[in-house]
Design a protein around this ligand. Structure first.
Ligand SMILES: [Zn+2]
Length: 93
């Protein structure tokens, strides 16, 4: 009469809200190592937060680079492409 299954229920250590709140500090290495481990585990399991974290990382990396790798023109092009998408218009029509 041992219900081991009960123990296999995985309880997330931190939830999405918590991760969202500390994500930027976490990426800046401003959280305790133990806590950072929990966040890392969550990001590993949660697609939504994992995606958010990688987006932040990308932004941080491009901002952190001294050399302007991404020139303003490229950003503008990307921006207008994005707004075309939100307009619902197909480019080339
Ligand atoms: Zn999450």
């Amino acid at each position: 009469m041992i219900h081991r299954r009960w123990f296999r229920r995985r309880k997330p250590q931190v939830d999405c809200r918590e991760v969202g709140r500390v994500l930027q500090s976490y990426l800046d290495d401003n959280v305790e190592p133990g806590f950072a481990g929990k966040i890392a585990a969550h990001l590993d399991e949660c697609k939504k937060c994992g995606l958010e974290a990688s987006t932040y990382t990308e932004i941080k990396r491009s901002l952190g680079e001294r050399r302007p790798k991404v020139d303003g023109e490229a950003i503008e092009r990307l921006r207008s492409f994005g707004s075309k998408l939100t307009d619902g218009r197909t480019p080339g029509q």
